[in-house]
Write a protein that binds this ligand. Sequence first.
Ligand code: PMP
Length: 393
Amino acid sequence: DKCSLPSDNDSKEHNHLISSDTLIINLDHGDPTVYESFWSKMGEKCTLVIKGNDLMSYMSDMSRLCWFLEPELEEAIKSLHRVVGNAVVEDRYVVVGTGSTQLYQAVLYALTAPGGGDPVKVVCAAPYYSQYQAETDLLCSGLFKWGGDASAYDKDGAYIEVVTSPNNPDGHIREAVVKSRRGEGKVLYDLAYYWPQYTPITRPADFDIMYFTFSKSTGHAGSRIGWALVKDEEIARKMTRFIELSSIGVSKDSQIRAAKIMGTICDNYQDFESGNSESFFEFAHQLMAKRWKSLREVVEGSEAFSLPKYPKEYCLFHGEYTEAYPAYAWLKSSEGIEDCEKYLREHCKIVGRSGRRFGADPSFVRVSMLSREEAFEQFLKRLLSIKGIKNQN
Ligand code: PMP
């Protein structure tokens, strides 16, 4: 989400998420600082010492397809998915990336190189994650090109559909929407938010190409670690080649840290089952549930906004019916407020991201639910102060 960070001119104002009742609260990007409180409680359990002579080589395991993937990270990723039950890891190649942002580009390359004809269209059903378009067209590639809303796509020939599930910005579970006439479409699953704090885990995802990120699973966005689970060897090989040429691999310091954090979650989970420890996903789920409950109460008492509804489903991880508590609130303004982002900014000094950026209507705004507690409380307080807006007009 970095591209959406405020420009230099704005940054003084946005510097601190919140300073007082009158200052701007920036909830534009999905910075997952909400989880800091959990990790601070873990203390030394997650501390890692890296000596001066550690991790100096470019190489990790040259006998493996993804030669820059640290074996202990691969093991930790597989254990984490087994504990959570959100993805099939057997018979899959793991490709590590500098965030899932790099993996997105690696997949597009792998599915279209060596090219030749017209650039392959990349589509995603609106509302779609605001960065896909810019990332796709950044280098004006001859291999692929952004094609917009997948629901409106009806051309013949090769295309790539991105399925984000649960979706950013609106939190809904999604499936591919383009009807491929001759099997010329490839589908890529961005499962950044398919974790039990955000959505019921109804089955282990079993797609040919899917990726996850450390940023939204545990909240460690700063480590810039993402991983793809890929069935086809040739695709995994091409993705590896892309990462080799764009960054000669992925920071080992970060990989080792990610392995340590994921390992702590798995260990804690076993202790939690025996009643001895706190589970990260339980903690995160309860925290998101609490935030959503408070937000829904405020919005229900308001005439200005509404929120999407999500069905209760049986979550295999929690072992009960649970609701979705998405990472973003996809607020819709009621009639009479045409530009929801502008309205929030002007009336509450809350910066969200306009529906327009997601290929949707400006009556929508996306607001992050992943901020630190203080910013979230201010957000609610300010929404409350404008709840009777229709009557005031
Ligand atoms: N995909 C989706 C749907 C996202 O929301 C994000 C982060 N906002 C990303 C990918 C990129 O995440 P990262 O590069 O931090 O892994």
